[in-house]
Design a binder for this molecule. Structure first.
Ligand code: NBP
Length: 500
């Protein structure tokens, strides 16, 4: 065993743990690593003998804890849920007051709130840090969303800012080109202190909810190109590649262009045509939607994206239904080029709405959990490393810089103008999708959210009257102050109207 003390430790050497450990060691920090299955640790250390910082393999948690500088800092990258609690329980007796545990897994934020509170009672510090960007992000620079005690954050900040993705300060574009032992130098790091206890994991969850919507909207654009215009995957790929040079420039559009031109190595057919149309999920989109319902905040486009995956999952039922249920059989007779531009605009407008909903949810969570979330900074750290990184994020950053009190992104002048100029096309695409029977739930829902949010008066007046009628739930009047409730003594159903 080496006598040299490590800067940080890491437990859990699956995909994320191995890549994050290499990233940390590349930045000159010495790291001790431990994995429950010992062979994994031995193989990993043997395969990576020389990194700038050095990697020390540990056969036990005792050895790991003993190898660290004080206060000890240990990252957990094990399966979220019970395994995380199990590792924490094993570590607690080995630690000293002031030591810091950092959970980099996809924990539910309420678990993080609980763990932080329980560990604080034991004199230990706990950071729940969202880590976004998958395997590639972990290796070359993820977006990192840490929440917990501020002083504990200050202890890990030098490592977090070193290993995070970096963006160009002038353009906001991610800096690329890192290689083993040669990480990116300079740039603005994609990490910032998010807030107390579960705030970091909460923001990571909402990031994932937005990611669900982003992916679904791109799929709908593809469905319209193929379903309405009859375009081949290769033709769609060219359009996405072109869009990636404009306003929609983003990681997800870029990989969509790649995927659509990929051939299946077995059959030679376009790869997407041999992939079964049922989507899986790990639950963060559902958590986001459930929490939006709990907090009473509209996030319909994010929820639609989750429901779209559920609908995709009932494949056998859909195959049966397709033989029974009918739809329109209209063919497209318009200007194809103009329609493609309209799909672009519909995607852009819907994307603005999905982000507006995600950020509105963050604002609701601030009130619910007593946080002060740095919304502009959050948009900044999404610009690099993470799955939703996009040129567009720079505009959200600028919106919050212009007005830190912004109530909804739709109200920012940049986004208002974008919606003004693109909405005719957006409406046309939604109408065409309905006319051609192509399901585009996130486009529809985003448009309904936009129209609902900009409505001075919604039909909730009738709804409230219905509630008062059958349940005496009371109603507020347009000619009385808000918060003053009335009840009408309704007649029995079918009886004559009340005399006035
Ligand atoms: P997994 O989520 O597949 O977890 C596997 C790791 O957990 C292995 O190291 C395994 O050890 C360890 N583990 C388990 Br399972 N039960 C354990 C226990 N009771 N005690 C100790 N160790 C235990 O790994 P991953 O895909 O690398 O993800 C790690 C975390 O990062 C997860 O929370 C995940 O949600 C999150 N995340 C993943 C991604 C991604 O793209 N994969 C992105 C962002 C965040 P073993 O080798 O002995 O079985």
């Amino acid at each position: 065993m080496s006598t040299m003390q490590s800067d940080i430790g890491l437990v859990g050497l699956a995909v994320m743990g191995q890549n994050l450990a290499l990233n940390i060691a590349d930045h000159g920090f010495r790291i001790s690593v431990y994995n429950r299955t010992r062979e994994t640790t031995e193989k990993f250390v043997a395969e990576n003998p020389s990194t700038p910082g050095g990697i020390q393999g540990c056969a036990s948690l005792e050895e790991l804890v003993g190898s660290l500088k004080r206060p000890r800092k240990i990252i957990l990258l094990v399966k979220a849920g019970a395994p995380t609690d199990s590792v924490i329980n094993s570590l607690v007796p080995l630690l000293e007051p002031g030591d810091i545990l950092i959970d980099g897994g996809n924990a539910h934020w309420m678990d993080t709130i609980r763990r932080e509170r329980d560990l604080r009672a034991k004199g230990l510090r706990f950071i729940g840090s969202g880590v976004s960007g998958g395997e590639e992000g972990a290796r070359w620079g993820p977006s990192l969303m840490p929440g917990g005690e501020y002083a504990a954050w200050k202890e890990i900040e030098p490592i977090w800012t070193a290993i995070a993705a970096k963006v160009d300060p002038a353009t906001g574009k991610p800096l690329t080109g890192a290689s083993p032992g040669k990480p990116i130098q300079g740039g603005v790091p994609c990490t910032t202190y998010i807030g107390p206890d579960g705030a970091g994991h909460y923001v990571k969850m909402v990031h994932n909810g937005i990611e669900y919507a982003d992916m679904q909207m791109i799929c709908e654009a593809y469905a319209l190109m193929s379903g309405v215009l009859g375009m081949t995957p290769e033709e769609c790929s060219e359009i996405f590649a072109e869009w990636n040079r404009g306003l929609l420039d983003s990681f997800l559009i870029e990989i969509t262009a790649d995927i659509l031109r990929q051939k299946d190595p077995v059959t030679g057919k376009p790869f997407v045509e041999v992939v079964l149309d049922t989507a899986g999920q790990k639950g963060t989109g559902k958590w986001t939607s459930v929490n939006a319902l709990d907090l009473g905040t509209p996030a319909p486009t994010i929820a639609e994206a989750v429901f779209a995956r559920y609908l995709s999952a009932v494949k056998e039922e859909r195959v049966e239904a397709s033989k029974v249920l009918t739809g329109p059989s209209s063919s497209f007779a318009g200007d194809r080029k103009a329609f493609i531009q309209a799909i672009h605009d519909a995607l852009y407008c819907s994307k603005i709405c999905a982000y507006a909903q995600g950020f509105q949810l963050l604002q609701a969570a601030e009130k619910e959990y007593n946080w002060k979330l740095p919304l502009g900074e959050i948009a900044k750290i999404f610009r690099g490393g993470c799955i939703i990184r996009a040129r567009f994020l720079q505009k959200i950053t600028e919106a919050y810089e212009r007005n830190p009190q912004l109530k909804n992104l739709l109200l920012d002048p940049y986004f208002k103008n974008a919606l003004d100029s693109a909405q005719a096309n957006w409406r046309m695409v939604v109408a065409s999708a309905a006319q051609h029977g192509v399901p585009a739930p996130s486009f529809y829902s985003a448009l309904a959210y936009y129209d609902g949010y900009r409505s001075e008066r919604l039909p909730a007046n009738l709804l409230q009257a219905q509630r008062d009628y059958f349940g005496a739930h009371t109603y507020e009047r347009v000619d009385a102050p808000r918060g003053k409730f009335f009840h009408l003594d309704w007649p029995e159903p079918g009886r004559p109207q009340l005399e006035v």
